[in-house]
Design a protein around this ligand. Structure first.
Ligand code: SAH
Length: 322
């Protein structure tokens, strides 16, 4: 028997080490090259706001195939050569398999297992669909007290637990993203002390709602998370309010969350994609515009996905958060 967060950590480590996750799901950078490009330009503008430190660390957590950063660096190289020359690339990735794919596209990067291992100094960090893969705990309100969910033989076993510090009605599940909150605490303290900004894009409600959001995807279809552990991608909604509160308690400021559709529109993603589409054969042009639609429309990824930034207190509103 294992606590749910231990199960999820083990299942995802096995999953990402052994499988091609993109057979099971797709992500924004794989849908549109403009996604990585506008995030690269976001980082370039924030770098100017920071006073253009040289050197500066540009990091990504959970870079997948390296697509986002590859697109970002191409855009940065064209629009902000000073930033391109100043930046040192650091990637946080636990999967040896994905590291190999990343190395093929980003040979100059330095890899780390954890964000805390990225060297000191001013930092710009990007992370898309990283937090949703981090382990969560689930508590259930029972008879005026609380239990915590453990996993045994493909099912849940509830053991008595201390109150998680949240409220719920009898029988309701509440989730605690302890691993994500630890990331917010450590990064919040670091950014407040050494400067920079971190941009997280992920899916989840702006305000925490009770309920079980644990899900598994295998072959692009939902699977039973407890049975398919290690063979499917396990994710949970990100609790942006708790994540932001943890960063603030550590001394950082937060901006957002802003729905992804609005955020990308403010960064000019639709116009970039339209410019790319002009001069392309009709099929390619249509595919580019379809990518924009998927990333920005409310009923696709535009509303459930959110952007949240951490930065030192006192910075002006960063791009996309004005
Ligand atoms: N950002 C990419 C990939 C998202 S999938 C994209 O948008 O396509 C999640 C990524 O986070 C994968 O690269 C996975 O290997 C990595 N990952 C998952 N858990 C991690 C952990 N605990 N520490 C470091 N990387 C992790």
């Amino acid at each position: 028997m294992e606590r749910l967060d231990a199960f999820m950590a083990r299942a995802n480590a096995a999953y990402y080490a052994s499988r091609d996750p993109y057979a099971d799901f797709t992500t924004a950078p794989e849908i549109s090259q403009s996604f990585g490009e506008v995030l690269g330009l976001w980082a370039a503008v924030v770098w100017q706001t920071m006073g253009a430190p040289d050197p500066v660390i540009l990091a990504e957590a959970g870079p997948g195939r390296g697509t986002l950063m590859d697109d970002a660096l191409r855009a940065i190289g064209r629009a902000a050569p000073g930033f391109r020359a100043a930046l040192r690339l650091h990637l946080v990735e636990t999967s040896p398999r994905l590291r190999a794919l990343q190395a093929a596209r980003l040979p100059d990067a330095v890899w780390h297992d954890r964000i805390g291992q990225v060297p000191a100094g001013p930092l710009l960090l990007l992370a898309n669909e990283f937090l949703d893969a981090l382990p969560i705990r689930q508590f259930v309100r029972r008879g005026g007290g609380w239990t915590e969910r453990h996993v045994q033989a493909g099912g849940f076993v509830e053991l008595p637990a201390a109150p998680p510090g949240l409220d719920a009605a009898e029988g309701e599940v509440v989730e605690v993203g302890a691993a994500a909150q630890a990331v917010a605490t450590a990064l919040g303290a670091r950014l407040a002390a050494s400067g920079g900004a971190a941009l997280f894009i992920d899916y989840g409600p702006a305000r925490r709602a009770p309920g079980d959001s644990l899900q598994a995807l295998r072959g692009r279809a939902p699977a039973d998370p407890l049975v398919a552990g290690g063979e499917a991608d396990l994710t949970a909604h990100v609790d942006f309010a708790a994540f932001a509160a943890a960063a603030q308690a550590a001394g950082a400021a937060t901006q957002g969350p802003v729905p992804q559709g609005l955020f990308l529109a403010r960064l000019g993603l639709p116009q970039r994609a339209e410019a790319l589409a002009r001069g392309q054969p009709p099929a390619q042009a249509a595919a580019l515009l379809e990518g924009v639609r998927r990333l920005t429309e409310p009923h696709a990824m535009g509303r459930l996905f959110k952007a949240l930034a951490l930065c030192p207190p006192g910075l002006p509103d960063l791009p996309g958060f004005q």
